[in-house]
Design a protein around this ligand. Structure first.
Ligand SMILES: Cc1cc2nc3c(=O)[nH]c(=O)nc-3n(C[C@H](O)[C@H](O)[C@H](O)COP(=O)(O)OP(=O)(O)OC[C@H]3O[C@@H](n4cnc5c(N)ncnc54)[C@H](O)[C@@H]3O)c2cc1C
Length: 418
């Protein structure tokens, strides 16, 4: 390791990779920071949810990836092919080799329609839609524009997925949109989930389940999809249940980048196995340790939601630990799995969830005890406006690494345990 100018290599220039590079550039200015990105595109992904309903335009959520990185950060355009962990080097698809002293993997998770038989047939991005990519969200906007009623099915293949509340949000927004367009009476809205309820966490599942019921949304639980038949317009589960649809909106299986698996660093879904508190690579039994490798954001196999808020809080912990290591100290920062999620519930309102590894979402106020101004687990107009405003916070404060005044660890102040 070059003690004077350690080389940090960050893989991925999305939410987490951009924040890591910018924070390290500011806090460890003597480090050489290099980021690998396949294209010069950075999308604000929460905006994908709003594109089908015309609430965000595709242009509003896209910026240059390189422009989000501080001066002094080197950008290498390319796709990672392999991490040679023993040789402390990364191989790109074009043959470039990049050596590192410390490596941060921040290559996120990707929807993989190829993992479900029938999903990618001729009906893909037509009657079989999705909103987890920019092109999918645009195609779905066009499908909705000609939708005349029938069975609109919101479906999730399996967990984990990024933003696990997004399928619920889509369903609530679709309910609203259908009412506004005079189509709700002619549409059966169905929510199909592999879970036994609306969400993974019991208290939130109860609240969100009530919200689905109130809106007359049919819920099909424990549905493990086996195949999609776009021609017959039917979803089939392993236990041979069939769900017919006129328009299907699906969340395909989500997986980490293939190179993670090829490099021997991942679990069965190609998520990097890490210590859930330090974010340092944790080898599977019998494999070699590589303490110079870390993973953050959706790329890591953290047992919490895959969400931008988790990327944000975990990056602060990771960078704190990199600073410790630079100073020759043991790592002193520990990630608690903290996640914040706004859940659009339609009618111009949203709920806010705040939880971590140990504590499920509770009622109360956020961020200030008793004051709020945001209400937890309750629909409010202010939560919705905060969600919309977050796009500006993302570009102008979160990515550049400006302090947001939100502690990375979850606080119990203002929360009401049941
Ligand atoms: C529809 C939708 C709604 C969402 N809503 C919310 C929300 O309301 N709140 C919230 O907190 N989160 C939300 N999220 C989730 C949030 O966007 C992600 O959790 C966040 O972007 C994760 O950051 P990341 O850096 O880990 O991954 P990403 O931001 O996805 O970045 C990964 C980067 O790695 C790059 N990459 C991948 N493979 C390679 C390779 N082989 N070589 C080089 N580079 C590679 C990709 O191009 C990408 O730029 C939403 C996501 C979606 C899809």
């Amino acid at each position: 390791m070059n003690e004077q100018q350690p080389r940090l290599l960050v893989l991925g220039a999305g939410t987490a990779g951009t924040m890591v590079a910018n924070h390290v550039r500011r806090r460890l200015p003597h480090w050489q920071v290099t980021v690998v990105a396949p294209t010069d595109v950075h999308d604000y992904q929460p905006g994908y949810l709003f594109i089908p309903f015309g609430m965000n335009s595709p242009e509003q959520i896209r910026r240059s990836a390189a422009a989000q990185l501080h001066d002094g950060v080197t950008v290498v355009t390319g796709e990672v092919d392999l991490v040679d962990a023993d040789g402390q080097a990364v191989q790109l698809v074009d043959g470039t080799r990049l050596d590192y002293d410390r490596l941060v993997i921040a290559t996120g998770t990707t929807p993989r329609p190829d993992q479900t038989p029938g999903m990618e047939g001729p009906h893909w991005h037509r009657e079989v839609g999705e909103f987890y990519t920019r092109e999918g969200a645009i195609a779905l906007r066009d499908q909705l524009a000609t939708f005349e009623g029938g069975r609109l099915v919101m479906h999730t293949c399996e967990l984990p997925i990024k933003c696990p509340v997004a399928p619920l949000e889509f369903t609530f927004l679709a309910d609203d949109w259908l009412r506004q367009h005079g189509l709700r009476d002619r549409t059966e809205l169905v929510f199909v989930t592999p879970l036994d309820g609306a969400f993974t966490k019991p208290v939130a599942a109860r609240e969100l389940g009530h919200a689905l019921e109130e809106r007359g949304i049919v819920v099909e639980t424990d549905f493990m999809v086996e195949s999609v038949d776009g021609e017959r317009r039917v979803l089939t589960s392993y236990d041979e249940r069939e769900v017919p649809f006129d328009l299907l909106v699906t969340v395909p299986v989500n997986m980490g980048a293939d190179f993670v698996g090829r490099s021997g660093l991942g679990d069965e879904l190609n998520y990097v196995t890490v210590d859930k508190h330090t974010l340092q690579f944790a080898p599977r039994p019998g494999a070699a340790p590589h303490p110079e490798i870390f993973a953050v954001g959706d790329a890591a196999n953290l047992p919490t939601s895959k969400a931008g808020s988790v990327a944000h809080f975990s990056v602060e912990v990771l960078v704190g630990n990199l600073v410790d290591l630079d100073r020759g100290r043991p790592m002193s920062h520990s990630f608690d799995g903290h996640a914040n999620c706004f859940v659009e519930s339609g009618h111009g309102k949203a709920l806010l969830l705040d939880f971590n590894y140990e504590t499920e979402p509770l009622t109360g106020t956020f961020p200030l005890a008793g004051v709020g101004p945001l209400q937890l687990l309750k629909e409010s107009r202010l939560n919705h406006l905060s969600k919309l405003a977050f796009r500006h916070v993302y570009w102008n404060a979160l990515l550049p690494g400006r302090p947001l005044g939100l502690p990375s660890a979850m606080s119990m102040a203002g929360k009401h345990p049941e």
